[in-house]
Design a protein around this ligand. Structure first.
Ligand SMILES: *Cc1c(COP(=O)(O)O)cnc(C)c1O
Length: 371
């Protein structure tokens, strides 16, 4: 079965083997050396002033960012389940909460954000997804952050990059916290989250808030290559290994180029067989198709063609399917996925199979790679 859900993503065999080593104690020079190496690679991936690893799923990093960087009112952009979650976190901690809501195919706009800031002057942090995984949507986060910093430089910008870090190069110049999670673009099992922080964010963290998710204690410890509490040792080893593997496989630029080419080729191939791409501004992390037969296609892919894609949630349940583009994916696997979608359409009597999806996929992919 090919796992093509936009998280969890498949863990490469070499990484599974790297994580099969005997358990290390976390307070040892041996582990601290691994931690230091992994941190070094993370700085190259994030390009932020600081990076912090937390033993939690991605939501833990969202909560850590909100409680440490928002002291009065959070503005959250809700164009899907993950954006909505930021608002729920703010409310759970008794913070003020203002939400900008969009349909799940629609990116946030700079004007709306600036208007919201004018209306509620107490807003001191903005939380937004770079790639909102609910609909495979790319928000113009860098543009929004730049515009916000031009008028209110003290406002913290929290960018959820859980399906963006490791997918494309992000301009972090105006971002204060950038979040990643192990089980998405980083190709690891779930359980490790990473925060990239700006110096302004570190200043705002001050003494920190919360207990387990207190970023002040983590910053202090992780600068010394250790953690406040027990580190996720096995996942840290896996993270170091995958980042080294990416570096040895041509580096981040090659990974970004291939990911972008796969995203373009997959979308083009599926459009060529009459399907429709859902988001008006598609993220490179996944390809999202809205279709009246979405749930049948999803089932046929799994039962007949050994392809596991993801469906939709909430009001998009049964209305979309999402194909992963994150990670080191073999090109022949992606070609099979679009071919399997065409076969599924033929089964549903939607078209006569002629191999068009596979052909267009290859044409577009190699044209992108030749650019
Ligand atoms: C998966 C995901 C999360 C949540 O991560 P968990 O690991 O499930 O807690 C947050 N944001 C985005 C954009 C995601 O795709």
């Amino acid at each position: 079965m090919l796992l093509f859900t936009p998280g969890p993503t498949p863990v490469p065999e070499s990484i599974r083997l790297a994580m099969a080593e005997p358990t290390l104690h976390h307070r040892t020079p041996e582990f601290e050396a691994i931690f230091e190496e992994t941190r070094k690679e993370l700085f190259k991936l994030f390009n932020t002033d600081e990076v912090i690893m937390l033993a939690t799923s991605g939501t833990g990093a969202m909560e850590a960012a909100v409680i440490n960087l928002c002291h009065t009112t959070l503005l959250n952009i809700n164009a899907g389940k993950f954006g909505e979650r930021f608002g729920k976190i703010a409310k759970a901690h008794g913070l003020g909460s203002v939400e900008l809501k969009y349909e799940w195919d629609t990116p946030a706009s700079v004007e709306d954000v600036l208007k919201a800031l004018k209306k509620t002057p107490s807003i001191d942090a903005i939380a937004i997804q770079i790639s909102e995984s609910a609909g495979g949507l790319r928000h113009p986060v860098e543009e929004i952050a730049k515009a916000v910093k031009a008028v209110r430089p003290e406002i913290m910008i929290i960018a959820d990059g859980i399906t963006a870090i490791g997918v494309e190069k992000i301009d972090v110049s105006h971002l204060d916290a950038v979040l990643a999670g192990s089980q998405k673009a980083l190709m690891l099992p779930p359980g490790l989250a990473i925060l990239g922080l700006s110096n302004a964010a570190i200043a705002k963290v001050g003494e920190g808030k919360g207990y387990y998710l207190n970023l002040a204690s983590e910053i202090k410890n992780q600068k010394k290559n250790t953690t406040a509490y027990t580190a996720a040792t096995t996942l840290t080893i896996g993270l170091g290994a995958i980042l080294k593997e990416i570096a040895n496989d041509g580096g981040l630029e090659k990974l970004y180029t291939e990911t972008a080419a796969r995203a373009v080729a997959t979308r083009g191939a599926l459009e060529a067989i009459g399907l429709h791409s859902y988001p008006s501004s598609p993220a490179k992390s996944m390809t999202t198709i809205d279709d009246e037969n979405a749930s049948e296609i999803h089932t046929i892919l799994k039962n007949d063609y050994e392809v596991n894609v993801a469906g939709g949630q909430d009001h998009l349940k049964g209305k979309i399917f999402r194909i992963n583009q994150m990670g080191l994916i073999k090109i022949y696997e992606s070609a099979w996925v679009v071919n399997a979608v065409e076969l599924a359409l033929a089964k549903l009597d939607r078209r006569v199979y002629d191999g068009r999806a596979n052909k267009v996929f290859n044409e577009l992919y190699f044209a992108e790679m030749a650019k």
